[in-house]
Design a protein around this ligand. Structure first.
Ligand code: PEP
Length: 255
């Protein structure tokens, strides 16, 4: 983390978990545990049908509720999708885009990730943009090229001004939901590559101001070591964001 230069952000990704009643109960449990922990932003990204209940439960707390995806069109014949306009109308400020599960299971590409990112930013949302290499790419020593290319493609047409509303989540795909975690050194090296790529596009000042999270089996045991790295500005947390005490420990590690 480097709190002098950029905001630390701890975000939970609930994935396809929690009914509205379960989300309410969870937020009520976690709210007092993270209250007053103001050295980081605390966000939970929820399934669409759970957002309203989570927002209601989070009212008056330091917890923000986001969505897990957004479509790039404003409206129209896109069955099953939700637009940025719909999300902002519901008071949703944050959205995850490009999660590896969307890329892996739902055919999302850097092109659709880029379209979704631009649509969300144009609607005034804040984007948590996920990218990262698969196992074979790491084993073949091409991680840096892959994340650099993803950064460039996913942000094509995004202005320096709009980068104020972009958080990048570096998520090595081999570490997501697997219990495997990048070492702090691997996380630091790759986050630094992403920052250098941002500098090549937007210049040093913008690059230094962008929050770059690590995601991939971050938990209550490894968070402190990962967050101690200067280019790791927070975490995107899957499994551990479903357990209040584990999530609290990660937020504590960011203080
Ligand atoms: C994620 O879903 O973004 C994630 C990092 O999951 P997990 O923490 O479970 O690996």
């Amino acid at each position: 983390m480097n709190p002098e230069k950029r905001r630390t952000v701890i975000a939970g990704n609930w994935k396809m978990n929690f009914t509205p009643a379960e989300a309410t109960a969870f937020i009520n449990e976690v709210k007092p545990l993270v209250a007053g922990k103001d050295n980081c932003d605390v966000i939970f990204c929820a399934p669409f049908v759970t957002i309203a209940a989570a927002q209601e439960a989070a009212k008056g707390s330091n917890i923000k509720i986001g969505a897990e995806n957004v479509h790039f069109a404003e409206k129209g014949a896109y069955t099953g999708e939700v637009s940025a306009q719909m999300l902002t109308a519901c008071g949703v400020e944050y959205v995850i885009i490009g999660h590896s599960e969307r890329r892996q299971y739902f055919g999302e590409t850097d092109e659709t990730v880029n379209l979704r990112t631009k649509a969300a930013l144009a609607a005034g949302m804040k984007v948590i943009l996920c990218l990262g290499e698969v196992k074979d790419e790491r084993l073949n020593g091409i991680t840096n090229e892959i994340v650099s290319m993803q950064t460039k493609l996913d942000l094509l047409g995004v202005s320096a001004e709009q980068m104020k509303n972009v958080i990048i989540a570096y998520e090595p795909v081999w570490a997501i939901g697997t219990g495997l975690t990048a070492t702090p050194e691997q996380a630091e090296e790759t986050c630094a590559v992403i920052r250098a790529t941002l500098a090549s596009i937007y210049g040093e000042d913008v690059a230094e101001s962008v929050t770059i999270q690590y995601g991939g089996s971050m938990n209550e045991k490894n968070a402190a070591e990962l967050l101690a790295k200067p280019n790791v500005d927070g975490g995107l947390i899957g499994g551990a964001s479903l357990v209040a005490e584990k999530f609290r420990a990660i937020v504590d590690a960011a203080q």
